[in-house]
Design a binder for this molecule. Structure first.
Ligand code: HSE
Length: 333
């Protein structure tokens, strides 16, 4: 089956997704009988659209050489669509949002109303409009998938959406932001905050604007999404959020002396989301390192379940996005 993809966002994550689609083309064909055709790619400079399918190798070269898709004027038309216009104009089966457009929920709704599936790694649409988006998708029996919004490709969303169907979740305690883990663990080794942040940016872990990471907003968005899945829809305004900017080297040292480590911890209970720095025993599953995330999910039947894995990174995030693309394609077959 041939599946037409419309890709919004061609930054680090968008390009990582394109690379996986290119490199694993045969795998998708052999394993799922799926052949993906990228018919459009949009970045902030414009939208390249070719109904017959874009050469991804060339798209990657153009973007990496010139920094923008609009530099690509030889064989391709570059359109100045708004995302909403692009969604409406371009014939695609799946709209993929790997942008950080805070207002993307509007064009996600347009896509669903147009009969298109949506796969997104963009958090604000879900953290603010979960109920509306899911209602639209369910009404139309269309996939609206968002694995990469929380813990990158580590499948906590699939776990909460499709597993534990007879369980009642009581509580989730989780470390959901890799940038803060990276900064805190580098500070434990003696590095200062600013140098550790620069390193996280260099590794592609931090957001383009890292203030959302260090202020706890990124973890707050993710905790809100987990709340929507585990309990009922809620919005980010309900979350109480504190970041790591006030954590001092002295506090880190004192925790270390007690055999503990400070991490930015999100606690999610019915109607309650709290994000803030917390001392964690070194042997706790939440005492993660580097770009790892971890969540301890407590339910009535199963007790405590731990899920741990990469929570950021380019191919790690592409893992979640591509998994959703395959899932959406299989659901629409
Ligand atoms: N900036 C995020 C983090 C990665 O540090 O966890 C994507 O969610």
């Amino acid at each position: 089956m041939e599946v037409k993809l419309s890709l919004f966002g061609f930054g680090n994550v968008g390009r990582a997704v394109a690379r996986v689609l290119l490199e694993k083309e045969t795998f998708f064909k052999e394993r799922y009988s799926l052949s993906f055709k990228v018919v459009s790619i949009a970045d902030t400079s414009g939208t390249v659209w070719l109904p017959e399918s874009i050469d991804l190798r060339e798209a990657l070269t153009v973007k990496e050489t010139f920094g923008k898709l609009s530099a690509w004027t030889n064989d391709y038309e570059v359109y100045n669509f708004t995302p909403k216009e692009a969604v409406q104009e371009i014939d695609a089966d799946i709209v993929i949002d790997v942008t950080n457009d805070k207002n993307a929920y509007g064009w996600h709704l347009t896509a669903l109303r147009d009969g298109k599936a949506v796969v997104t790694s963009n958090k604000p649409p879900l953290a603010f409009h979960y109920a509306e988006l899911m209602e639209e998708a369910n009404k139309r029996s269309l996939p609206y998938l968002f694995e990469a919004t929380v813990m990158a490709g580590t499948p906590i969303i699939t776990l909460l959406r499709h597993g534990l169907r007879g369980d009642t979740v009581e509580r989730i305690e989780a470390v959901l932001n890799a940038t803060t883990t990276f900064i805190l663990s580098e500070m434990e080794k003696g590095l200062d905050f600013d140098d550790a942040l620069k390193e996280a940016q260099k590794l592609g872990i931090a957001e383009r604007d890292p203030s959302g990471d260090i202020l706890g907003i990124d973890a707050g968005y993710k905790a809100t999404i987990l709340h929507c899945l585990a309990f009922e829809p809620i919005t980010f305004d309900m979350a109480s959020v504190k970041g790591i900017v006030e954590v001092t080297p002295g506090e880190i040292e004192r925790a270390k002396a007690k055999g503990k480590t400070i991490r930015l911890v999100a606690t999610v209970e019915e109607g309650r989301i709290v994000v803030g720095p917390k001392e964690i025993p070194k042997n706790s599953p939440l005492a993660v390192e580097s770009h790892e995330n971890a969540a301890v999910i407590k339910t009535d039947l199963l007790g405590e379940l731990v899920i741990k894995g990469a929570g950021a990174g380019l191919k790690e995030t592409a893992s979640g996005v591509v998994s959703d693309i395959v899932m959406a394609a299989l659901m629409m077959r």
